[in-house]
Each structure stands twice: as C-alpha cells, then as structure tokens.
Ligand binder design. Structure first.
Ligand SMILES: Nc1ncnc2c1ncn2[C@@H]1O[C@H](COP(=O)(O)OP(=O)(O)OP(=O)(O)O)[C@@H](O)[C@H]1O
Ligand SMILES: [Mg+2]
Length: 322
C-alpha cells in the first residue's frame, strides 16, 4: 500500500497478533479501515473481535504486529490518539450507586482534554442522543442491560470524535433500541466520523455498514466494501419445476452440476452453481429449459448473499471455538 493510501485509513494494522497462554486469539491480521467508512467487524463468538478492539485502543499489548489509528502509531501515540476516539468496549463498567448522568460526569472528569465549563451540556446532549434523558436520574446499578449499553454509547459521545469504536453496541437492546443505534451510527457517519463496529449479526452489518471484515478463529477471511464482499461470492441458478430430472439434464449439458434442493415439496427446485461469468452466458439457460419442455414455475439467477458468504467462510456451526 502506498503512503497516501495508508493516510486514508482510520485504522491500519499489519500482522497484528495476540497470543494468550495456549491460544492465538488474533492471528496476524491486516485491518484496513477507510476514513469515513462505517466498518463492520463481523465474526462469531470467540473469533477475536474484542481482543482486537482492546489492542486498537491500547487496553492490552499486542504480542506482535503494528497498529496505526488515525495515522498515528499505537500504543506509542496513545495520548494523542485516544482523545480523538470514542469507544464502547464489551461490558462497560459503571458506578452502580451513581445515576446515569453522574456516571457520565465522572467519566468526563477523567478525560483531561474535556472542558469542565461545557460538561453539563455535553453530558445532557449525549444522554439525549441515546434516548436516556428520562432515565438519567436513575442509578446505573438499576439500569437494564440495554440501558447500560446506551450509557456506554453516550460515554463514547461526550466529546466530538474522529473515530468511534463500538464493540457489539446493540448487544442487549430490543428491536426498537437496535434500530435507534443503527440510526445513530448513520448520523455519526453523516457527520464524517469513521465508525468501527463489531457484531456477530450479519444482517446488522448489512444494514449499517459500508465496509466489513469477516473474522474467523482469529483471522480475517475476507475484507472490503460490502459490494466487493458480495461480488466475491458465487452465483446460482435456481429452477422451480415439476420436471426436475429434465431440468437437471439440461443444466448438465451446460457443464453445470445441478442438485435437487427441495425434493419433498410439490414444486421441486433444482439449483446449480454458476462458473465465472466469462465461461457461460446465463441468459442461454432459460430458453434451453423451455425448449426441452421443462415447465418452469420459478426461475432466478442469484448472487450468493452476504449471508451465504459469511456461513461459507466462518462455518455454519454455533459452537464456540475453545
Ligand atoms: N484475557 C484472556 N485470557 C485468555 N484467553 C482470552 C482472554 N481474552 C480472550 N481470550 C480468548 O480469546 C478468544 C477470542 O475472544 P474475544 O473476546 O476476542 O472474542 P469475540 O470475537 O469478541 O467474541 P464474542 O462475540 O463472544 O464477544 C476466545 O477464545 C477467548 O477465550
Ligand atoms: Mg466480544
């Protein structure tokens, strides 16, 4: 990557690695988060998202590799970088005996770059922005998980930021809260803030992000704009027809490997993976099926969805890697 391309990155890591005693939790990852992007850091439980985020923020020391955040080396330039970064990391800790508002005052006091004069209005604005104004006088210990999560986001918003790092910000939120966080993230992006947001929910990343990296077992298995990630997937032809075996033989004539994907339904579906577009014009398939007398009840050529790609890259299982 050229020097100017590197300068356009809000987060840039090379060979970033974290080993715990017996395990490599993050294995030589090269993150490239463009400035101004909403970047989804997607991966199943235990894939290394939080560990990576802790390294990016200087909360734990990498075992190996380099990090630049907003163009500055981390953790060497921590003091320059952190005031420009708002962060919500897994399980934010609050003083349970203080109200939500008092917690924010306390956090802001700890930030030596934050102006005392503007503190009350900044705290109120942050509470307002995450929808906690009505609950601001309640003790944080009595907050629900979703309210704590909102308070954590409010904390990240106390000062203007160039970069927001949000670790699973919708964790514990109801659908309404999830939608609000999504809208918040869009509004940060519209203000020019780069947002780096982790999630294990693909649909969420699809709705919220412009770019993503997919983590699996400590490694990045794909990274780029959402369009690039989708485009790197495969496409399929799908035919719904009562004449499944004829359809299969027609598709086989084009060198495809068709499979009956729903043999138990009234209208079976035959599908086949398409080779890269240069090798076969998919527009030839439907006329050939009709000519062979196949009664086509449904037909489509579909790009593999981001979901299929995610599952293919990370494995379908729900088991957590130990
Ligand atoms: N302090 C630690 N000591 C030992 N192992 C750790 C430590 N922190 C994390 N790990 C291990 O590193 C791996 C990655 O954990 P991490 O918390 O980064 O995953 P994650 O992608 O954030 O998962 P989740 O979606 O569940 O939050 C896990 O196997 C975890 O057990
Ligand atoms: Mg995590």
């Amino acid at each position: 990557m050229t020097a100017s391309a590197a300068a356009d990155l809000a987060i840039d890591s090379r060979g970033l690695t974290k080993r715990f005693r017996t395990q490599t939790a993050v294995d030589s990852i090269d993150l490239a988060v463009p400035r101004g992007s909403v970047f989804g850091f997607l991966g199943p439980n235990g894939s290394g998202k939080t560990t990576t985020i802790r390294m990016l923020l200087g909360l734990i020391t990498p075992s190996d590799g380099e990090i630049r955040v907003l163009g500055e080396r981390m953790p060497d330039k921590l003091r320059n970088v952190l005031p420009r970064v708002g962060a919500l990391v897994e399980g934010p800790a609050f003083y349970p005996f203080l109200t939500g508002r008092a917690n924010l005052h306390r956090f802001d006091t700890a930030d030596r770059h934050a102006s005392r004069r503007t503190r009350p209005e900044r705290v109120n604005a942050a509470l307002e922005r995450v929808g906690l104004t009505n609950a601001a006088s309640k003790k944080a210990g009595a907050y629900s998980l979703g309210m704590k999560q909102r308070l954590g986001i409010a904390n990240a918003l106390l000062s203007p930021r160039d970069l927001l790092v949000l670790d699973e910000p919708t964790n514990g939120l109801d659908p309404q809260g999830t939608r609000e966080v999504r809208n918040l993230v869009h509004s940060f992006a519209a203000e020019g803030t780069t947002v780096f947001v982790s999630s294990h929910l693909l649909a969420e990343v699809e709705q919220m992000c412009t770019h993503a990296a997919i983590m699996s077992a400590g490694s990045i298995v794909a990274q780029g704009s959402l369009d690039e990630l989708r485009g790197a997937g495969e496409s399929h032809v799908r035919v719904q027809t009562p004449d499944a075996s004829t359809a299969e033989s027609v598709l086989a004539r084009f060198g495809l490997l068709p499979a009956l994907t729903s043999p138990n339904e009234a209208h079976p579906e035959v599908s086949a993976l398409l080779p890269p577009s240069t090798e076969l014009d998919p527009d030839r398939l439907l006329p050939a099926l009709l000519e062979a007398g196949v009664r086509v009840r449904g037909y489509g050529i579909e790009e593999a969805s981001l979901e299929e790609r995610f599952v293919a890259l990370t494995g379908e299982g729900f088991d957590v890697r130990s």
